[in-house]
Design a protein around this ligand. Structure first.
Ligand code: GLA
Length: 503
């Protein structure tokens, strides 16, 4: 067993009422119940024993947070807490104030303002509420396992349903993948993102919440339709939506997932940002789950979601990852999609069979972009050899949306066996020419117009790396063109995608 449990000691003298002379009226253990779930304050400990004040705020999300620059004056303590989810405000100012018999705690963290009162507790209470921290294994290196030879394709619940996801909807999505032909076009993963988790049982095993009465049954249902089953967890104690994470239960959760029949795991940093706040710790945290998944013996695609921190593409494979997010979250609007797809899609040299840059899931079909903008979205992802995870309600796919998502020739660019991530070869004003070499010797060429007016564009043989052009096919139109690179009108926020053969 690489990982052991230990209790973190911050060197605080826990003051039980009556056992030690408190130096200030704030000294001691303060218990916070019914706290807002974020960050879930459970306890405050203060001590001025020996003249140097020390304090800790214990939370469900971040465990013990040490008070920095703590000053106790009269009945008021002021201090700073680290604020790691918000890099622009790395620390935040807090106060703890005596109010009658209670301690009133007040301060901001990430997106929340906390204002809460707690009453005195004892050393026994303090022990019961002490957060159990875990020790990460040393970093190891996992060999390739042959999975994800091409970028994974499927559907995920998050973009459309967020936490409002349940067994019935997931089954309906599996049915819709089959009925629409999307499965046969290659979209095989059915992934439940955040929001399926319930509480842990007495043995520590994670249990789904009431919306997922039978996870194994759901996996069987999905598998029976020729599809694969994906699930989501986090290395921290809490997921981004505040559900139970795998902290302290990594090996156990990996085994539970394998027993349920999971084929894909997305592992989302979230509250783990607090615990794993440098490159070494983040790598070890992701390695710990990577190794645990391997140890189950079940082939499980491992999706690293730490928003592109610490040059994840350079170590994602080593920790067992098959894809890794390169950005924060996509939203269903052109500006966000374009910022990610054009400019934050990861370094091409990191991508290839077995490991892919992941600029986040698709928004096609959710309604926030025009047809041309969604065509740009799909083209960017295909040219980037990005995972194609749909994120809309598949039951409501319009014929136009299905035609776009099921375009076999565009999918083939994404899924090309060479596994090269395409990139821009020329940028001029609002236009970009991208190329992606393909296994059959041809080159996919995309002419993107990021501007707000239609433009004319062309690619030169030099852009494509050819001397002579022998065949040109327009992949969105599905027609062969004359064997030359002509000038195209490219609409506002639109694209022309070509497959060019030559010498
Ligand atoms: C983060 C991830 C998203 C999604 C949510 C779920 O924001 O980046 O893709 O998984 O968490 O809470």
């Amino acid at each position: 067993m690489l990982r052991g449990l230990m209790t973190l000691s911050l060197g605080i003298t826990v003051l039980a009422a009556g056992t030690v002379q408190a130096a200030t009226p704030l000294d001691g253990v303060w218990l916070f119940d019914n706290a807002p779930s974020y960050p879930g304050v459970t306890m405050v400990q203060l001590s001025s024993d020996g003249g140097k004040p020390r304090g800790v705020v214990t939370t469900a999300w971040y465990g013990p947070m040490e008070m920095r620059n703590l000053v106790i004056q009269g009945e008021k303590a002021t201090f700073e807490l680290r604020n790691l989810n918000d890099k622009d405000h790395a620390t935040r100012q807090w106060t703890a104030l005596l109010a009658g018999k209670d301690l009133k705690l007040s301060g901001d963290i990430w997106y929340a303002h906390v204002e809460q009162s707690g009453g005195h507790g004892t050393a026994v209470d303090a022990r019961a509420r002490t957060f159990k921290t875990t020790v990460l294994p040393p970093l190891g290196s996992l060999p390739p396992d042959g999975l994800a030879k091409t970028p994974p394709m499927g559907w995920s619940s998050w973009n459309k349903f967020a936490e409002k996801i349940d067994d019935k909807t997931v089954r309906a999505m599996a049915d819709a993948l089959v009925a629409t032909g999307l499965r046969d076009a290659g979209y095989v993963y059915v992934n439940i993102d955040d929001g399926w988790q319930g509480t842990r049982g007495p043995d520590g095993a994670i249990r789904p919440n009431e919306k997922f009465p039978d996870m194994k049954g759901l996996a069987d249902y999905i598998h029976a339709r020729g599809l694969k089953f994906g699930l989501y967890s986090a290395p921290g104690p809490k997921t981004c939506a505040g559900f139970e994470g795998s902290y302290g239960h990594v090996q156990q959760d990996a085994k539970t997932f394998a027993d349920w029949g999971v084929d894909y795991l997305k592992y989302d940093l979230c509250s783990g940002e607090w615990f794993y706040d440098d490159a070494d710790k983040v790598q070890r945290a992701y390695y710990e789950m990577g190794a645990a998944l391997r140890a189950t013996g079940r082939p499980i695609v491992y999706s690293l979601c730490e928003y592109g921190r610490f040059e994840v593409g350079s170590w994602g494979r080593k920790v067992g990852g098959h894809l890794w997010r390169t950005t924060g979250d996509i939203t269903d609007d052109y500006a966000t999609m374009a910022r990610i797809g054009f400019d934050r899609n990861g370094r091409a040299e990191h991508a290839g069979p077995g490991g892919w840059n992941d600029p986040d899931m698709l928004e096609i079909g959710n309604g926030g972009m025009s047809h041309d903008e969604y065509a740009t979205h799909m083209t960017l992802w295909a040219m980037s050899a990005a995972p194609l995870m749909m994120g809309h309600d598949l039951r409501q796919s319009s014929p136009e949306v299905l035609k776009m998502l099921e375009n076999r020739e565009v999918i083939a660019v994404d899924q090309d066996a060479l596994g090269v991530q395409g990139k821009a070869v020329r940028r001029e004003g609002a236009t970009e020419v991208w190329t992606k070499p393909l296994a059959d010797g041809a080159v996919a060429v995309a002419l993107f117009n990021r501007g707000e007016a239609s433009v004319t564009m062309t690619a030169t043989p030099a852009d494509v790396g050819l001397e002579t052009v022998q065949a040109v096919r327009d992949l969105w139109a599905g027609v062969d063109l004359e064997a030359s690179l002509k000038v195209f009108a490219v609409p506002e926020h639109g694209v022309v995608l070509l497959k060019v053969k030559g010498r």
